[in-house]
Design a protein around this ligand. Sequence first.
Ligand SMILES: Nc1ncnc2c1ncn2[C@@H]1O[C@H](COP(=O)(O)OP(=O)(O)OP(=O)(O)O)[C@@H](O)[C@H]1O
Length: 257
Amino acid sequence: MSDKARQLQITGLAKTFATKTGSVPVVRDLTFDIHEQDFVSIIGPSGCGKTTIFNMIAGLLDADAGTMRYRGEPVDGLRGRIGYMMQKDLLFPWRTVLQNCLLGLEMRNVDRREAREKALDYLETFGLKGFENAYPSTLSGGQRQRVALIRTLVMDPDILLLDEPFSALDYQTRLHLEGVLVDAVETAGKTVILITHDVDEAVALSKRVVVLSGRPSKVKAIHDIDLASHSPIESRSDPNFSRYFHLLCNELDIQTQ
Ligand SMILES: Nc1ncnc2c1ncn2[C@@H]1O[C@H](COP(=O)(O)OP(=O)(O)OP(=O)(O)O)[C@@H](O)[C@H]1O
């Protein structure tokens, strides 16, 4: 595979935190590639270092060792190229839904009318037409997550880092938003790296799944997911779905029988 097709190459990344009680090695010798327009889920035991890995990719945290290459060029992190949706939606309570969606575009000095049109388009796509002037405190959890996703997508980043974006949602809302996300990133040709605790979600959404070992985490396995449909709901009834599900549960030492 050419360097260009490998959008992001992560090689030998490591991170140890110094704490009052001693040093905590969290990531060790982490190596994997992300392809152009990939949809990769990262799964692993709780506390194995998934968010720490995102923070290093985002350039918010320095790695102790290892390298990252973006389209072949060495980089310290992907600051400016990624949209990072953290576990908490981090909406500003004093800004309306539309103002929250426009925040990044304002900071980038994008033409106001152009920015507004773009945000309004996304609000309609994500079923939030009519909520432009609402404040976050008046929204449901699912609506807040949608606003946070729009705020990330509207910036048109090359790569989306999504840290458990749907974990706090009820199953029905989650299924709906998974579909909206897949459609949006396929239409825009984006690359997605998703952290999830949900094996079912990883299989339904991903082209590939990276399985991490326990802390200090490294890559235990990478599995291609090849299902006929890209729709997260239809994928769940694919005859191969349960095979992938059991394979990944097995990798995570989850008993399914
Ligand atoms: N700044 C820090 N200082 C010290 N320890 C930290 C720091 N950040 C994270 N850790 C520790 O690193 C480990 C991994 O944390 P991280 O949040 O990356 O894991 P995770 O896999 O995303 O967790 P979860 O599955 O619960 O979401 C944890 O034990 C955490 O306490």
